[in-house]
Design a binder for this molecule. Structure first.
Ligand code: SF4
Length: 679
């Protein structure tokens, strides 16, 4: 029933790391619809259901329109002056390490840049992190160590031209549907697909080899494959000799991964593992694509190391349609890390404890800066919280639903002295705040998102913000100015990118004038540089210029089923929703298509428990319980149940484990032990 648009504004989809290019239809101050940009090489005229129909939240009546301050336990609408004064007075008391900020992949690069600068310059701490801590931090840590860059090595457009795609730990057709479509396109062209996933997913139907391994056994599976590749003489010895280091030590660590042991750990027939190894090693070019099924484990960084070992071993890196490609889930996961919303890095991955780096930033920003690495998110809130942070500024995140063991998240938010939440709706987390600030949506502000392939693309203001909401970066800068800080007088979003280009060499050639038509993939070091579609072509970005093999040992997940909690819960996403449904839950149509979150259970388990489709059950872990309905499906293997984490009504993360990867501190969302009982 939307009116016909009177004009169109080109922008970027706000929902996933594909970064589809869209046209927003506009009439008056209303978004009337979304269509794909048919000429763009990222999405080639395609959109998924979220991108096409998920815009209705923009003018939803529940949008926040004015700042809110909690007075005597109730929120009261106030004007911006009062809100900013209130925040400035309170934050003055928490300068230094009692303050922390959490930023969001839902926000633009400019929003993220402003928040990290505020945290460092105004609050004097490196306690700034972003939601990638809970998803792709193992990619950043793992690939940075082995190859020198934590980003996707190749481009989305190269996917259908790989002769072999190794797709592991990613339900791409649900989470990144347009990339999932490119994978199916490859299969239909006769390209080989190896799919590894504990569940049967849509892509497994197209697989030449489907490896249905036990959850959390990726290191064993991958090391077993590499042992076959070496034993059968299928590795690329000239690539290994010329472009890598540490091969002998890595090779020694393969000794524990004989195929009999690997079969026992993974539950996959050893001949199937052999078949997959030979197919990947002998079909070139071969590309590895993965996502949170690899990273959200207590050994997530080891999983990433295993994938980079595999690419190095076969020389499948630095060439078209090869590489190790972590597909980012949310629209700007790449960008929120790139912008320096990380406790150890300034924008462009420059280390906060490197004297050359911090001196440069002190000179550019005109102040003394904290020289020590800040706290990662799990040490600010949740089961591992140190309790040292007393004032927290959350921009665009909803950790009450999105983080593991959510009861412990709620407890640590309750223990804060002062909580600011900036969002577009009153989320579960915002309800706990002392002050809530109304942010503009992506359609109401200018900016950029960086998609999974490192492409920085324009987001354009199509309509005026609802009520008195403002772009996140504007709000952050106003707080900074209210607190007397200098360096936050950005006249518009593009001037933030100009500052970024001047402080971070990998973005040196980025400017709005250069990305109006299509984005640029970083590194882009100066105005003549056209960007970098493929990383590691001549050398790796490591100190030695070589790719580094990492020796590995198998470690099981932190919490496995036992007598009391006999089933393994793994979590994921639905194609219809995004994150904690802050946006898609307010978009007509998407809720009708998928409005609640069942627990998916294998028919044999259902029979043993006397359960049928639609029965209401209690799912219980050591941390809490959730009531939901049963969906009996053989997509879930016996012994494994599945839930998404989207809905506040069925808060799955009450159940999940706070166990963390020791390197990246990413939680193990993919494995915990539960029991399921009929209500
Ligand atoms: Fe494209 Fe992802 Fe948006 Fe879907 S959600 S339209 S795949 S960017």
């Amino acid at each position: 029933n939307s009116p016909k648009p009177s004009r169109e504004v080109k922008s970027t989809c706000p929902y996933c790391g594909v970064g589809c290019n869209i046209y927003l239809g506009v009439r008056g101050n209303e978004i009337t619809g979304v269509r794909a940009d048919p000429d763009n090489k990222v999405n080639k005229g395609n959109l998924c259901v979220k991108g096409r129909f998920g815009y209705k939240f923009i003018d939803h009546p529940d949008r926040l329109t004015l700042p809110l301050i909690k007075k005597n336990g109730e929120f009261e609408e106030v004007n911006w002056d009062e809100a900013l004064d209130f925040i400035a007075q309170n934050l003055e008391k928490y300068k230094g390490d009692t303050f922390a900020a959490i930023s969001s992949a839902r926000c633009t690069n400019e929003d993220n840049y402003a928040l990290q600068k505020f945290t460092r310059v105004v609050m004097g701490t490196n306690n700034v992190d972003n939601c990638a801590r809970s998803c792709h931090a193992p990619s950043v840590a793992g690939l940075a160590r082995s190859m020198g860059s934590g980003a996707m090595s190749n481009s989305i457009d190269e996917i259908p031209d790989a002769d072999c795609l190794f797709i592991i730990g990613t339900n791409a057709t649900a989470s990144y549907p347009v990339i999932g479509m490119r994978m199916i396109e490859a299969a239909k062209k006769g390209k080989k697909l190896i799919v590894a996933d504990p569940r049967e997913i849509q892509l497994s139907k197209y697989a030449d080899v489907f490896l249905k391994h036990n959850p959390g056994t990726d290191v064993a599976l991958l090391m077993g494959m590499m042992r076959v590749i070496i034993d059968e003489g299928l590795y690329n010895s000239s690539f290994v000799d010329e472009r890598t280091e540490n091969f002998d030590e890595f090779k020694k660590s393969l000794e524990e991964f004989d195929l009999e042991s690997v079969e026992e750990i993974t539950g996959v027939d050893k001949e199937k593992i052999r078949e997959a190894a030979k197919l990947y090693a002998s079909t070139k070019p071969a590309s590895i694509l993965y996502s949170l099924g690899i990273t959200e484990h207590s050994h997530g960084t080891d999983n990433v190391f295993a994938l980079s070992n595999l690419a190095l071993l076969t020389g499948n890196i630095g060439k078209p349609s090869t590489g190790v490609n972590p597909i980012r889930g949310q629209n700007n996961v790449q960008g929120s890390c790139d912008m320096g919303c990380l406790p150890d890095s300034y924008p462009g991955y420059q280390k906060v404890d490197d004297p050359e780096v911090y001196k440069k930033f002190e000179e550019m920003w005109g102040c003394e800066l904290d020289k020590s690495v800040g706290l990662k998110m799990p040490f600010v809130i949740g089961a591992s919280s140190l309790g040292t942070v007393k004032a927290l500024y959350i921009m665009g995140e909803n950790p009450v639903l999105s983080e593991p063991d959510s009861s412990s998240i709620i407890r640590s938010l309750e223990n804060l002295d002062f909580l600011i939440v900036q969002d577009i709706f009153m989320t579960e987390t915002a309800r706990m705040a002392d002050v809530v600030l109304p942010a503009a949506s992506y359609a109401e502000k200018d900016g950029t998102f960086t998609n999974a392939e490192r492409r920085i693309q324009r987001v354009r203001k199509a309509i005026e913000p609802v009520g008195e909401s403002k772009a996140d970066w504007e709000i952050t800068c106003e707080i900074a100015k209210k607190m007397g800080a200098e360096g936050f007088e950005f006249k518009d979003a593009s001037s933030i990118v100009d500052e970024l280009a001047s402080v971070a060499p990998i973005f040196g050639g980025i400017a709005y004038s250069r990305i109006e038509e299509e984005g640029i993939q970083w590194p882009c070091i100066d105005e003549k540089d056209q960007g970098t579609p493929i990383l590691h072509v001549e050398k790796f970005a490591t100190e030695s210029g070589k790719g580094k093999f990492i020796p590995l040992h198998y470690r099981p997940p932190a919490e496995l089923p036992d007598e009391e909690y006999p089933l393994l819960l793994t979590t994921g996403r639905s194609i219809y929703h995004y994150h904690t449904t802050t946006m898609t839950g307010a978009a007509d149509g998407l809720v009708e298509l998928y409005g609640d979150d069942p627990v998916e259970i294998n028919p044999e388990d259902a029979e043993e428990l006397g359960l049928e489709n639609g029965d209401i059950v209690k799912v219980t872990s050591r941390r809490g319980e959730v009531k939901t309905r049963v969906e009996v499906t053989d997509m879930s293997p016996k012994g494994v149940v599945f839930m998404t984490f989207h809905f506040g009504e069925t808060p799955t993360n009450v159940l999940t484990s706070p166990a963390m990867d020791p390197i990246s501190n990413t939680p193990e969302f993919k494995v915990c032990a539960v029991k399921v009982e009929k209500e």
